[in-house]
Design a protein around this ligand. Structure first.
Ligand SMILES: [Zn+2]
Length: 115
């Protein structure tokens, strides 16, 4: 909130602490005006925010995990010993990396402006 102080007679701006006669017209008396501009600003920027948070599946990653998981199971039938273990570990590592990306967090924000 801002205040404006001025002379009662000639409307010459004065400091809020000013006492005595006006420096311009010499008459005594001052008016004080309180501006409510900031209240108006607050009211015009009023808004309502609705937040909705939920988890969703990432279909591409989900399918990739399914294919890799099933693929490695059947590959175990054809691969021998050390190669099979190495391959299994490699697939497991990829699945471990992909795991966190299979679920995505969705934040839906709806803003309603007041007037
Ligand atoms: Zn004056």
């Amino acid at each position: 909130m801002s205040t404006r102080t001025y002379c009662e007679w000639c409307e010459e701006p004065l400091s809020p602490s000013h006492t005595g006669p006006c420096p311009k017209c010499g008459k005594t008396g001052k008016k004080c005006e309180v501006s409510a501009s900031e209240i108006v600003t607050l009211r015009s920027s009023y808004s309502l925010e609705v937040r909705r948070e939920f988890f969703d599946e990432n279909p591409r990653i989900k399918w990739l995990i399914n294919i890799l998981g099933l693929g490695s199971t059947f590959m175990g039938y054809f691969l021998q010993r050390e190669i099979g273990i190495f391959f299994g570990l490699f697939i497991w590592f990829i699945l471990w990396l992909l795991g966190p990306y299979s679920i995505i967090k969705v934040i839906e924000i709806t803003r309603t402006r007041g007037d």
